[in-house]
Design a protein around this ligand. Structure first.
Ligand SMILES: C[S@@+](CC[C@H](N)C(=O)[O-])C[C@H]1O[C@@H](n2cnc3c(N)ncnc32)[C@H](O)[C@@H]1O
Length: 255
């Protein structure tokens, strides 16, 4: 069997995805910019730091782009990259995509328009630390829309996984303004069989890559912002920075 590799790319996802071959990855696990973060257009137009970072957070995380689309444009854009991921995925491959409550209907539309078979929703319970609302319900959950490229190729040895996960965002584990807990990705990635390759076109600080590497899986990650790419690279390569900032680069490392 070919040893799984880690490949990290700094650049724009849609351009990068067109370079990947058909039927070549076992799972797409990704967390795109939500273009959300508020009830009004003016909220959505704020910087990602203002939208996603608590004012009492000690560390400031880098700004990121692509987060200001309205819902029509968001649906169109998601359909483009989701369809491209569909082409790259093997038959039966899995697709897990994060979203919040506002973008949930738009995301599930694009998911299916991109060709994927929608199979369910996995809530991520962020615990009681998440946004409270006076007189209303706390927005305590984000969601993972999941499905497959056609029929799933299940085997008797496949595990039955939990349908929701509860993980707090620890400041010590937060490397991005919208970073996900590593423990959450460690749970989600259990859906990928040993020896599989995981693609994350919007890897941010590389949490999916950290989980994939930890599980002995191959990983292909893309991030457009140079500063954020460096954070991902350091995390995935165990503190070692191999790139030169601002250069679109492809790194390969055997797992
Ligand atoms: C929500 S964050 C991902 C966070 C990640 N799950 C983590 O735990 O760190 C989305 C990332 O996508 C990147 N991004 C936005 N548009 C992009 C594009 N067109 N191509 C590649 N990356 C993009 C942003 O810079 C941002 O870092």
């Amino acid at each position: 069997m070919i040893k799984p590799t880690i490949q990290l790319y700094q650049g724009e996802a849609l351009r990068f995805l067109t370079t990947l071959p058909d039927n070549s990855v076992d799972a797409v696990i990704t967390d795109p910019p939500y273009s959300s973060g508020g009830a009004f257009r003016s909220d959505r137009m704020q910087s990602t730091r203002d939208k996603y970072q608590n004012t009492d957070t000690e560390r400031e995380h880098a700004e990121f782009g692509g987060d200001n689309r309205d819902q029509r444009a968001y649906r169109m854009w998601c359909t483009l990259w989701m369809a491209e991921c569909y082409r790259i995925a093997k038959p039966g491959a899995l697709f897990l995509c994060f979203t919040d409550w506002r973008q949930l209907p738009t995301t599930t539309d694009a998911f299916q328009a991109g060709g994927w078979m929608w199979r369910g929703l996995v809530p991520w319970d962020k615990t009681e630390g998440a946004r409270p609302q006076k007189g209303g319900f706390r927005n305590q959950c984000e969601f993972v829309v999941w499905g497959s490229k056609g029929r799933m190729r299940t085997r008797a040895s496949d595990p039955c996984l939990a349908g929701c996960f509860r993980h707090v965002v620890l400041q010590t584990d937060k490397h991005h303004a919208a970073g996900k807990p590593t423990a959450l990705l460690n749970d989600l990635i259990k859906i990928v069989r040993p020896g599989g390759v995981v693609l994350d076109p919007f890897m941010g600080s590389g949490t999916t890559g950290v989980a994939a590497k930890g599980a002995g899986l191959g990983f292909i990650g893309c991030e457009t912002e140079a500063e954020i790419f460096e954070v991902a690279e350091r995390r995935i390569h165990g503190g070692v920075l191999l790139s030169r900032p601002g250069v679109a680069t492809l790194f390969q490392e055997a797992v």
